[in-house]
Design a protein. Structure first.
Length: 293
């Protein structure tokens, strides 16, 4: 089995690669940063069961269709066709819309949407020819509700739901399973950077739950791939939001704006800053809990 993972040099993508490497699958990880890829490669080769001849690390930019296609073609020439594609590459740069430079907004849209589509396009034709294959798209819990400060990220991750559902409808009966997962806040280097930028309004709406370890998220995603689970939701709270969002989101937003008015000129401390000052990483107030990564 050959598993191709975009965004595989860190975070959830790297942990998914770790699991497959331990299971002696052929694994190709792709990311832009060569240095981080080298570190990831060393980490994966230290895993029991991992074999150097079954692991490839390739530098590629998911936003450049030809660059990514060439990298995946090179990978399949060595390891065989892609059996499982995990589209995990993503980018988040939170800021209120009026403070977000247009290039920062556009980069998130292109990375998260077009980057995913480019990865799928590079593997889909071969899967159709063989009549088999699995595609797992990594979205986010932020796809379930609009969060202030996350206009680009919420828009891009929400769009992935429409793409995954439409593609799954096309692929049904042709041997290809298209799946999507919605991870909550996950302990990754990206989350660490994100929390430093998270606007106070976002912290007020979503609160701060204890983050989930990247390996635990990856383990559930791999299980979902094995079982061909079309949609993977993490936790009861997010499951409730997914099922009943249209009914409960108006109430959530009314609560949010009421809280903003009550606070008035008071400072709403970002959750990360509050945790540092309180010396804790436990749950604070919020309407829906964490879930933006």
């Amino acid at each position: 089995m050959h598993v191709v993972i975009t965004g595989g040099s860190s975070g959830i993508g790297l942990e998914i690669a770790r699991i497959y490497a331990r299971n002696r699958a052929s694994v190709t990880i792709l990311a832009r940063d060569r240095q981080r890829l080298n570190v990831a490669q060393a980490a994966l080769l230290s895993e029991p069961g991992a074999a150097k001849e079954k692991l490839q690390v390739l530098s590629a930019d998911v936003t450049c269709r030809e660059n990514l296609s060439q990298a995946i073609r090179a990978a399949t020439e060595l390891q065989g066709p892609c059996d499982v594609l995990v589209a995990a590459a993503g980018e988040v740069e939170p800021a209120l819309f009026e403070h977000m430079p247009s290039e920062v907004f556009d980069r998130q849209i292109v990375t998260n949407i077009t980057g995913t589509v480019n990865a799928v396009r590079a593997c889909y034709e071969s899967m159709l020819e063989r009549g088999e294959g699995k595609i797992m798209i990594i979205a986010s819990a932020a796809a379930m509700i609009g969060i202030p400060g996350y206009t680009a990220y919420c828009a891009s991750k929400t769009a992935l739901t429409g793409f995954a559902e439409a593609l799954a409808a096309e692929a049904k009966g042709r041997g290809i399973d298209v799946m999507i997962s919605y991870p909550p806040d996950t302990l990754t280097p990206q989350l660490e950077r994100e929390r430093l930028q998270r606007p106070k309004e976002a912290s007020l709406l979503i609160g701060q739950s204890v983050e989930v370890a990247a390996y635990d998220v990856a383990r559930k995603i791999v299980r979902a791939i094995d079982r061909c689970n079309p949609k993977l939701i993490f936790g009861t709270r997010l499951g409730f939001l997914y099922m009943f969002g249209p009914m409960i989101k108006p109430t959530v937003y009314r609560w949010f704006h009421w809280r903003l008015q009550r606070l008035g000129s008071k400072t709403v401390m970002p959750a990360a800053e509050a945790a540092v000052q309180n010396g804790t990483n436990t749950k604070t107030s919020g309407a829906i809990g964490g879930g933006t990564s």
